[in-house]
Design a protein around this ligand. Sequence first.
Ligand SMILES: Cc1ncc(COP(=O)(O)O)c(C=O)c1O
Length: 429
Amino acid sequence: MKVSKSTLDYINRDKSIFATVQHIADLPFVISKAQGFYLYDTEDKAYLDFTSGACTMNLGYDRAHVADSTSFPFPYALGCAQIEYGSRLIEKYTFYKDKKMMFCVTGSDANDGAIKIVRAYSQRKMVVTFSGNYHGTTYGAASLTSLEGRLDNHLGPMLPYITILPFCPYDASDEAVDECLARFTSLDLNDVAGVFLECIQGDTGMLPINTTFLERLNAICKEHKILIVSDEVQMACYRTGPFFSIENYPFVKPDLITMGKHIGGGIPLGAIIGRQEVMQSLKPCEHAFSMAGNFEACMRGLYNFNIIEDRDFKLQLAKRIALMDFFMDDLCHNFSDIVIKCCGVGLARAVFVRSLYTSDTDNEACYKIICSCFGRGLYLMRIGSNWLRLEPFLNMPEDLMLKAFDIIKEAFYEYRSNKIDDGVKKYMS
Ligand SMILES: Cc1ncc(COP(=O)(O)O)c(C=O)c1O
């Protein structure tokens, strides 16, 4: 993997300016611009992005400039764009007839807002979430997050009255389902305000929740008037097939939905949508942000919303999902010596790979495969150490998807034949 001098210069400057907390990506890649479905490095080399800008730009980078020169954010006041977009977005929440919504700034603060709402509405304290969920990094959202290797104990004390229970994955045995439920029912259910779900855990390897577990959990929540919050920050807007990922489990009617990432079309924007009487439990200023629902984010979001709501778009999306299904089956079958597990739904997929040539704990396989793809002009990310994250743009043309699949397979072959130089690990974190 050749790293140009200009990229190296930027990397050195980055290291000298930014605190460690800002360093998440670990490829020697500095983006100079983004266009269409491509990211460009400092030498103008193009890389096909197979992450959708970490799901913030689900439709590619071309629609970045839809707001005109008259658009500017004005804090707290009502804006036309905000009302137009809000009235479209709220239509997608079909779980209850009477509903309300609010805009936030990020996915994290949408989750913080949802914690406040469930507590204010129920007048109970306890909030339940599951291991491996990722809800963000503001203090409330971070307190709900137990993703391994991301947020550890030195940030404490975290928000009190949060219980993190074991996640029950799609392939759990009947006994494991019973055990997970027993942990839930052992709580004082009359003091549980809400349960936060990430029904397809994005940052743990696109792991879907167990259907039986969720069905039974949902029934217990209804019985004890415990609110259900579905975190859709990463998965909303058709990434998993339906508009919200929770619609893959049609028996659940979430009281609240939290959103972020893609909905601002590249400008920070979050949202909470939910059952009216629940949403109305906060007073003005109890979750207010100067830039919440800002004009430009709403303009861009609405522009993208109109595209994804088009009938033809949905038909095309179904074809892309079918293509992805086929590729995943093929990859898992052909590389069963490297692939431990393929997970995910729709265009939210992950492949758990194992090291063939070093100890499993070395976690080199995934990084090496990503480097090999990168060298061939495909940009991918890892989840944790050994999950390969595959989240293509929702509107990626078929020929580009096929090109990406070919590159990924070539990288797998290269790894299997031990041809990826150890030198690439220089930048691995
Ligand atoms: C499921 C989920 N919830 C919440 C968040 C936090 O969103 P943000 O980074 O916009 O604060 C993320 C971000 O990755 C996410 O994937």
